[in-house]
Design a binder for this molecule. Structure first.
Ligand SMILES: *Cc1c(COP(=O)(O)O)cnc(C)c1O
Length: 376
C-alpha cells in the first residue's frame, strides 16, 4: 500500500465533472480576476460561516498581513501569538515591523495558553492572534475576556479549522474565525477547504473593517486609480473561486470524513500507553486538519522510517518551535518560557489525515504503528 498524508486526486475524481465545468466556464468567459465566481463565493462562504463580510485574498499569509494592516497598528506595537504554529502567523507580525510576542501552548490542545497570554501583555500590546491549531478552536471565551479587559484586537488564524464550531459558556455557538474582530483562513490545497493553487480569505462582522480590508487587498482603492491608502495586490483567482464553490457544499461532509478517520485511530490506540491520542476539548468541535499523536518514550525517527518502509507517510508539525527559528533570532526569546512547545516539538507525530481514508487503509496504518511501538 501507498498512503500519502493527503489524497487530493481521489477527492477530485469524485467532483471532477463539476470542477472541470467550473474551470472551463471561467476560461470561456475570461473573468479571470474578480469574476462572478469570486462574488458568489463571498456570499456562499459568508452564509456558511454566518459572518457579515468575507473578503477573499491570494493566500492565508496575506490574509493575516492584511488583517493587521487594517487595524492601524504602529511599528513597535506588540502582537501576541502562539509559538507552536506555522510560521506565517508570526512572520507577518514581524514583516509589518510589529513585535511578535510568542506564548507557550497548552499540552492537551496545542493551542495558545490563555493564562500565559495575560502574563505576556505589556502597555505596547495591541492584538492577539489565536491559532486554532490542527482543527480545534482555542478557548475563545477566555481570549475574548482578556482582549476586552486590556482593549486588544483579536485576529483568529483559522487556516486549519474552517468549519469548526466553538460553543461559548454563555450558550452560543459560532464558527471558528467569526468570534474575534477578524478571522483569516487559507485555501492552500491541503487545507480542509482547499483550492487548486493558493487562496485565502478574511472574515469580519465589522462594516468599517470590512471596507478597509476590501480596499487594502486591492491597492487601497475603491474608485479605480484613486488610492486612499497603501495596500497590496492580493486577490483570489476566479478559477480558484470556481473550485471552492464546488467544494464548499462538501465541507461538512469532508470534515466528518476526517472525524471518522480520527475516531478509528483513537480507538485503535486507546490502550497503548506509549501513545497519547488527540485531546478533544469540550467547547470546540474538531475538524482534524491534522491527526497528531504525542509519543511517550518512542524513537520517533525510527517509527517514521518503519512507516515509510511500509509505504505510509507521516510528518512532524512542527519540528522547531518558532522561538528557536533563525528568522526570529533578533527577538531574543527565552527558551525556558516555552516548556510545552519544546516538549511537543520532540514528541509529536502526525499520521495521514484526509477525506479518502477507508477502514482498510486505517487498519493498515494502525497495525503498522502498533507493530513498531509495541515491538511486535
Ligand atoms: C497554512 C497556514 C497559514 C498560511 O496559509 P497560506 O495560504 O499557505 O499562506 C497560516 N496559518 C496557519 C496556521 C496555517 O496552517
Amino acid at each position: 500500500m501507498n498512503i500519502p498524508m493527503v489524497d487530493l486526486k481521489s477527492q477530485y475524481l469524485k467532483i471532477k465533472n463539476e470542477v472541470d465545468a467550473g474551470i472551463t466556464k471561467v476560461i470561456d468567459n475570461t473573468e479571470f480576476v474578480n469574476g462572478t465566481e469570486v462574488k458568489e463565493l463571498k456570499k456562499e462562504l459568508a452564509d456558511y460561516l454566518n459572518v457579515k463580510h468575507v473578503i477573499p485574498c491570494a493566500n492565508g499569509t496575506d490574509a493575516l498581513q492584511i488583517a493587521m494592516m487594517s487595524l492601524g497598528l504602529e511599528p513597535g506595537d506588540e502582537v501576541i501569538s502562539s509559538d507552536f504554529t506555522f510560521i506565517a502567523t508570526v512572520e507577518t507580525i514581524a514583516l509589518l515591523k510589529l513585535t511578535p510576542v510568542m506564548v507557550d501552548v497548552l499540552p492537551d490542545t496545542f493551542c495558545i495558553d490563555p493564562d500565559k497570554i495575560e502574563k505576556a501583555i505589556s502597555p505596547k500590546t495591541k492584538a492577539i492572534i489565536p491559532v486554532h491549531l490542527f482543527g480545534q478552536s482555542c478557548d475563545m471565551d477566555k481570549i475574548m475576556e482578556i482582549a476586552k479587559k486590556y482593549n486588544l484586537f483579536v485576529i483568529e488564524d483559522t487556516a486549519q479549522a474552517i468549519g469548526s464550531n466553538f460553543t461559548s459558556k454563555q450558550g452560543w455557538t459560532k464558527k471558528a474565525g467569526t468570534i474575534g474582530n477578524i478571522g483569516c483562513t487559507s485555501f492552500f490545497p491541503s487545507k480542509n477547504l482547499g483550492c487548486y493553487g493558493d487562496g485565502g480569505a478574511i472574515f469580519t462582522n465589522d462594516d468599517e473593517l470590512a471596507e478597509k480590508i476590501s480596499s487594502i487587498v486591492n491597492h487601497g482603492m475603491k474608485i479605480r486609480y484613486y488610492h486612499d491608502r497603501i495596500g497590496v495586490n492580493s486577490r483570489l483567482d476566479t478559477i480558484q473561486a470556481a473550485v471552492l464553490r464546488v467544494k464548499l457544499p462538501h465541507l461538512d461532509e469532508y470534515n466528518s470524513a476526517r472525524r471518522k478517520a480520527a475516531d478509528y485511530y483513537d480507538k485503535a490506540f486507546k490502550n497503548c500507553s506509549k501513545i497519547t491520542t488527540p485531546y478533544r476539548s469540550e467547547f470546540s468541535t474538531h475538524t482534524f486538519h491534522q491527526y497528531t499523536l504525542i509519543l511517550n518514550n518512542v524513537d520517533r525517527q525510527k517509527l517514521m522510517e518503519h512507516l515509510s518502509s511500509k509505504g505510509i507517510a507521516s510528518a512532524i508539525y512542527y519540528p522547531l518551535a518558532l522561538h528557536n527559528q533563525k528568522a526570529f533570532q533578533e527577538f531574543d526569546y527565552n527558551p525556558s518560557d516555552y516548556p510545552v512547545t519544546n516538549k511537543l516539538c520532540e514528541t509529536v507525530i502526525s499520521l495521514p489525515m484526509n477525506t479518502e481514508l477507508d477502514n482498510e487503509k486505517l487498519k493498515y496504518i494502525c497495525d503498522s504503528v502498533l507493530e513498531f511501538v509495541e515491538n511486535k
